[in-house]
Design a protein around this ligand. Structure first.
Ligand code: LIP
Length: 264
C-alpha cells in the first residue's frame, strides 16, 4: 500500500524553511507588494521568495515532480503534484496579523494525500497523511462534537470581486441569526485547520485556489470533518469549499444554501 507519510516529512521540512524566510522578511520590514486580480488582492515579495525556495527544495528532494504554486502557476497532472501556497493569508501578513501560513500538499491524481500547514509567526505545524489522521505539532486532531446549528461557530471568507462580495455579505447577514457567530479570519488553510481542531464548527468560502485548500482540506477530513471541495456541492456553487463537523454538516449546508450562498 502507498504510504504518504514520507511526503509529509518533506512538506514539513520545506514548510519550516520557507516559513523562516517569510518571517525574516517581515521582521526586516521587507514588505513591498503588487496587486493581482483586484486592487485588494495583494502579492508581496515574500510570497514570491517563499515559492521560489519551496520550488528549489522540491526540485532537490523530489526531482522531476511537478509543482502548482499560487504565484508561478503550474498544472495538476495524473500521478503526483505538489501544491504550494507560499503565504496563505497575505493580507494578514501585510498588516502584521499573525494568522498566515505556508501550505504545502502532495496530491495524487488531483487528490491530497499529504499536507503541511506551517504558521511562521507561532512555529505551529499542522499535518495530515491520507488514512493516518491529522495532527497539530504531533498531537492528534478531532473535530468538534457539536450537534446544534444555533450553537455553532462558522468560519467564512470573501472573494475579491466586489459584486460577488456583496452577495457573500448578504449570505453572512442571513447566517448571523442562525449560528452562534461567524469569523472571517483571512487564511483559508488555517480556517480548515481550525475545523480540524474544533476551533470552528464549520467553514465555507468561494473561489479558493487549489493551493488554499489542498493541505488544509486533508487536515480537516482526516480529523473527521465533512469536506466538500470545489466542484462537489452544486447547492453552494460550483467553486464552493465547505468543511463542517459531522453533527451539524447537513444543517449548516442547508442553511447556507437557503441564505443564498450558492447564488454567485
Ligand atoms: C487568501 C485566503 C483567504 C481568502 C482569500 C485568499 P492568499 O489566500 O486564504 O482566506 O478569503 O480569497 O484566497 O491570497 O492570502 O494566499
Amino acid at each position: 500500500m502507498f504510504d504518504p507519510r514520507p511526503l509529509v516529512d518533506i512538506a514539513t521540512s520545506i514548510g519550516r524553511e520557507a516559513g523562516a524566510l517569510v518571517q525574516r522578511m517581515r521582521s526586516e520590514a521587507v514588505i513591498s507588494f503588487d496587486t493581482k486580480s483586484t486592487s485588494t488582492d495583494v502579492v508581496t515579495a515574500a510570497d514570491r521568495a517563499s515559492e521560489q525556495l519551496v520550488r528549489t527544495r522540491l526540485s532537490e528532494l523530489r526531482p522531476g515532480e511537478p509543482v502548482l504554486g499560487e504565484e508561478e502557476g503550474g498544472t495538476v497532472v495524473e500521478g503526483l503534484t505538489w501544491v504550494v501556497d507560499p503565504i496563505d493569508g497575505t493580507v494578514n501578513y501585510l498588516y502584521g496579523i499573525p494568522w498566515y501560513s505556508v501550505s504545502i500538499a502532495a496530491q495524487l491524481d488531483g487528490e491530497s494525500v499529504a499536507g503541511a500547514v506551517f504558521e511562521p509567526a507561532t512555529g505551529r505545524m499542522w499535518t495530515a497523511a491520507r488514512g493516518f489522521g491529522s495532527f497539530l505539532d504531533g498531537a492528534p486532531l478531532r473535530v468538534s462534537a457539536t450537534t446544534d446549528l444555533s450553537l455553532s461557530l462558522l468560519g467564512y471568507g470573501f472573494a475579491y470581486r466586489p459584486e460577488r462580495r456583496q452577495r457573500q455579505a448578504d449570505t453572512w447577514a442571513g447566517m448571523a441569526t442562525r449560528v452562534r457567530d461567524l469569523r472571517r479570519a483571512g487564511a483559508a488553510s488555517l480556517d480548515l485547520c481550525s475545523v480540524a481542531a474544533g476551533r470552528l464548527d464549520a467553514y465555507a468560502e468561494h473561489a479558493l485556489g487549489r493551493w488554499d485548500w489542498a493541505a488544509g482540506g486533508l487536515i480537516a477530513a482526516e480529523a473527521g470533518a465533512v469536506v466538500r471541495l470545489p466542484g462537489s456541492s452544486p447547492e453552494l456553487g460550483e467553486d464552493a469549499t465547505f468543511a463542517a463537523s459531522p453533527g451539524i454538516a447537513d444543517a449548516m449546508y442547508g442553511a447556507l444554501a437557503e441564505c443564498g450562498f450558492g447564488k454567485v
